[in-house]
Design a binder for this molecule. Structure first.
Ligand SMILES: [Zn+2]
Length: 120
């Protein structure tokens, strides 16, 4: 049918979208990871990756990978998005090398590298 008319919006993903708190770009839910806050017993706030997207409370959405995480850090966007007034423990996210996994594991697993390490 007449699908050529919708070409102008081809960059907008269909389905639910969220805004990444790092780069501020909108993307589909499946391309983002949810960051949620859990409270420790002493009241400290800790940011965790909500892989199953089932944790209660507010969530912040972020592209997987260090770039958007660092952008969010610069702006303190995580604390704002999660409504945390005090210090936010982000160690669970992996500050320098982000441990955020891509929600959809596309591509091949690097088995060759494992073999290299066991060779020594
Ligand atoms: Zn982003």
């Amino acid at each position: 049918m007449g699908s050529a008319a919708s070409d102008a919006r081809s960059s907008v993903p269909s389905g639910p979208v969220r805004t990444c708190v790092g780069c501020k770009r909108r993307d589909s839910l499946s391309a983002l990871v949810r960051i949620a806050v859990v409270l420790d017993e002493d009241g400290g706030a800790r940011a965790v990756v909500d892989h199953r997207r089932r944790l209660p409370g507010r969530g912040a959405w972020l592209h997987p990978g260090p770039e958007c995480f660092q952008l969010a850090e610069k702006r303190r966007a995580l604390g704002r998005a999660l409504r945390v007034n005090g210090p936010l423990d982000r160690s669970a996210l992996g500050c320098d090398r982000t441990t955020i996994d891509r929600p959809t594991g596309r591509g091949t697993s690097p088995r060759h590298e494992e073999n290299r390490f066991t060779n020594s």
